[in-house]
Design a protein around this ligand. Structure first.
Ligand code: NI
Length: 173
């Protein structure tokens, strides 16, 4: 079932999510709901904070190109970085919780991420470029951090004001 996506400045987006100890049916359902919500948005990644749940789970599918056949979602429970490259890369990032706003963010070009899958098995992946930015962006969400935090205060405030205005206008319609 699709869940509503939380928009800034909701405090859940600034909440540090708690580790998941047991993969219960509720967690399985949450993962399925997050996948459905991500594809519907559409987006390439989603963290649980964005659907109002402060637990450490993210879903991702960076290769998805608006075509059912290409869907290959990854569920990451308790994801954390075990290595980051010194080499950096820039990417124009956006966020479903900060609609229609984009900005270039600099992050490590490659990272290694460890997590548990829905079967509780530990997995590790080496990712780079877009996928690296996405993994880091989603783990940031679990720590209450947003991509606008990497920008100047001026730029950040401008984006927040734009979103607020846009949300107000949508509410009127
Ligand atoms: Ni985001």
């Amino acid at each position: 079932m699709k869940r509503p996506i939380i928009i800034v400045p909701d405090p859940i987006l600034r909440t540090i999510a708690t580790p998941i100890e047991h993969i219960t049916p509720a967690i399985q359902t949450l993962a399925q709901d997050m996948i459905e919500t991500m594809y519907d948005a559409p987006g390439i990644g989603l963290a649980a904070n964005q659907v109002n749940i402060a637990q450490r789970i993210v879903v991702m599918d960076v290769h998805y190109r608006d075509d059912q056949a290409t869907r290959n979602p990854i569920v990451m429970i308790n994801p954390h970085l075990t290595w980051t490259s010194e080499e950096l890369s820039e990417w124009d990032e956006g966020c479903l919780s900060i609609p229609q706003q984009y900005a270039v963010v600099t992050r490590p070009k490659s990272v290694r991420v460890a997590y548990q899958d829905l079967n509780g098995q530990t997995q590790e992946r080496l990712v780079e470029d877009l996928e690296s930015h996405c993994v880091q962006h989603e783990i940031d969400h679990l720590n209450g951090v947003l991509f606008i935090d990497y920008l100047s205060r001026l730029k950040r405030d401008m984006i927040l004001r734009k979103v607020e205005k846009q949300q107000r206008e949508q509410a009127v319609l």
